[in-house]
Design a binder for this molecule. Structure first.
Ligand code: M6R
Length: 606
């Protein structure tokens, strides 16, 4: 969602701010702005793309301290006035803010009663006026921000600059903020991505912490006045480029990165000799794994679909009950938590507010949660403490692709590990490990020759709706295909376990209705063929994703074969054509593939 970048040092701030804004674009936004201090503070902001802002900037903006923001509207519409930075009435303080100030209405009313002329409809603007009032009463910048935050309820990641002070005050509570530490210069950002090309040394601020950042120092303390550590973490080199390279879109680039992403996830974790998997970061011994009464997953969107695949693998290999929950529902349903059960929070960004809230609810009730996360050092990863990184490399397209495959791969590893600790034989473990090891190569083979995807685009691009069907482990894959097409091509899509089709969705079918069926060569295939017949009898066009060489291809109007693998690992292959169908359909419809309307990459509001 909203993004922040700030700079203070001995160089010009503007290039860092603009580059940072461009790198934050992937998060989703509808306006952007910058504030640069050079004696006084100059602010430029507008709705639209960062390129629109850039094209309207004066030729010269000098200053070695500045802050910038991409806004995704929550409080107030998409207008220039609501874009950040927000300024105090005298223009001497500028602020950017991510998060939501829950008592903003009350704070805004009070400010207005006191005669402050509010210029926007945002919750964030109240903060800058409150800080200004503290400064007018003689407080220093850090104290002014601290006193203001003590009056606020809600979440914030914020940066403030002040005329007459060579420092940036920043604070975090529920909205991530990272300080990039340099030599005679420092940066502040809402995630590590814009910092990657600048420094490997970062301070990951904790909730409730404030920082006073100058070009030479970073001093942290807590809002309640207690001291706080500012431990510098060295980021490991992430594989994968955060740049587009030769690809037209991040989504296509990330689809094609899947073979390498999978290799990164599996490397060092497969034990061929014992037919086992190694996920040391989970901190679970065989003894622990034997005692687990059940496994529960939490996730949203694509992460939830990966979790639904994972839960089926675990039940099958370990014969232990496993469930996958929608994070946003979980904590509101007053869940019963068993202290010996294992919970997994599955998330690409590691910042999804709903999943984070579910993690906290489990921990509050004495439960044990591990993260299955892509972004290293992200909030959920840190909140869980233990877990397994999926190593997808940076994923910037809003539509998640390579993270899905890697989540499935990581959960397959766990399924083997818990299976081996319980009833799975060594021989069966070895067979599965060998088969999992081959998956990256099979993904590569499919992507080199993806089949008649463009024929499918012709059928679905003008459809009123598209129905996706699958059974067993392919049911969540069907859901993932529907989510992908819906979110980037804006076509209404329904996904159902194939057997449910006759209980309702069949009513939608008429001559020419596209139905995408995911039917690998597993034990459920024959039942899926019956569903296909039911659809055809109503005139539907069948787009069939199946394993190469399988005679089921005869059932299709358009058949897309994928390489064969063990039934448990088919989701990493059957999902590929679905990703490509969504991508090429969105492209054919002229949609903004990487930044679909109304969506954000990391959803940091509940
Ligand atoms: O960062 P997370 O994996 O926690 O994100 C969860 C969902 O917001 C995400 O998967 C979303 O559904 C994607 N846009 C799907 O492509």
């Amino acid at each position: 969602m909203c993004g922040i970048i700030g700079y203070i040092g001995d160089k010009q701030a503007l290039p860092f701010l603009l580059d940072g804004l461009r790198r934050l674009e992937y998060r989703g936004y509808d306006s952007s702005g910058i504030a640069v201090k050079n004696g006084d503070i100059r602010v430029h902001k507008r709705t639209g793309k960062v390129a629109d802002l850039e094209s309207k900037l004066p030729k010269k903006i000098e200053g070695t301290c500045g802050i910038a923001h991409t806004r995704w509207a929550t409080h107030g519409g998409v207008t220039n006035a609501n874009a950040h930075p927000h300024c105090s009435e005298d223009g001497k303080i500028a602020l950017v803010h991510n998060g939501i100030i829950e008592n903003a209405r009350m704070l805004r009313n009070r400010l207005e009663k006191e005669g402050v002329k509010l210029r926007s409809e945002t919750d964030s603007e109240a903060l800058v006026h409150l800080i200004h009032r503290e400064i007018s009463n003689g407080a220093k910048p850090l104290t002014a921000v601290r006193r203001t935050l003590k009056r606020c309820r809600g979440t914030w990641g914020l940066c403030v600059i002040f005329e007459g002070h060579d420092k940036i005050i920043c604070a975090r509570n529920g909205s991530p903020l990272v300080i990039g530490v340099g030599d005679g210069e420092n940066w502040i950002a809402s995630d590590t991505l814009p910092l990657q090309a600048l420094t490997q040394h970062v301070i990951l601020l904790d909730d409730g912490v404030l920082a006073e950042v100058t070009s030479e120092s970073v001093k942290t303390s807590r809002v309640d006045g207690r001291s706080s550590d500012s431990e510098v973490t060295t980021l490991e080199d992430d594989w994968g480029e955060a740049e587009l390279g030769d690809y037209p879109h991040f989504m296509l680039k990330e689809i094609h990165e899947q073979p390498e992403a999978l290799r990164q996830c599996l490397t060092g974790r497969l034990d061929l000799k014992d037919g086992n998997a190694r996920l040391g970061g989970l901190g679970l011994s065989s003894k622990n794994l034997q005692k687990i009464p059940y496994v529960r997953f939490l996730g949203c969107g694509t992460a939830l679909h990966a979790a639904q695949v994972g839960r089926l693998s675990i039940e099958q290999l370990a014969r232990v009950p496993a469930l996958a929950h929608v994070s946003s529902e979980f904590r509101h349903n007053d869940p019963v938590i068993h202290s010996e059960a294992i919970h997994f929070a599955v998330s690409q960004s590691g910042e999804t507010a709903d999943t984070l809230a579910a993690v906290k609810e489990i921990q509050l009730k004495g439960g044990d949660v591990r993260g299955v996360i892509n972004v290293v050092g992200s909030t959920i990863a840190r909140q869980c403490g233990k877990g397994c990184y999926i190593h997808s490399g940076p994923e910037q397209s809003v539509a998640s692709t390579k993270a899905f495959s890697n989540m499935v791969a990581a959960l397959s590893l766990f399924a083997i590990q818990i299976g081996r600790a319980r009833s799975l034989s060594r021989a069966e473990g070895q067979r599965l490990v060998r088969s999992l090891q081959e998956v990256p190569q099979l993904v590569e083979e499919y992507l080199a020759d993806p089949g008649p995807v463009k024929k499918v685009v012709k059928i679905v691009k003008n459809a009123k709706s598209v129905l996706f069907l699958g059974r067993g482990i392919s049911a969540p894959v069907a859901r993932e295909g529907a989510l992908k097409l819906m979110e980037i091509a804006y076509i209404p899509c329904l996904a159902y376990p194939a057997g449910e089709m006759k209980h309702g969705p069949i009513a939608l079918l008429e001559k020419g209705s596209p139905v995408v069926v995911v039917a690998p060569n597993d034990s459920l295939k024959d039942k899926t063929i019956s569903s296909i017949h039911e659809c055809r009898a109503r005139g539907a066009k069948i787009i069939l994703i199946h394993e190469a060489g399988d005679s089921i291809a005869e059932e299709a109007d358009i058949s897309i074969p994928v390489p064969s693998t063990d039934p448990m690992f088919t989701p990493m292959l059957t999902v590929l054509p679905l990703q490509l169908i969504a991508y090429h359909t969105a492209l054919a419809l002229g949609c903004d593939v990487d930044r679909p309307r109304n969506l954000a990459k990391s959803v940091t509001v509940e």
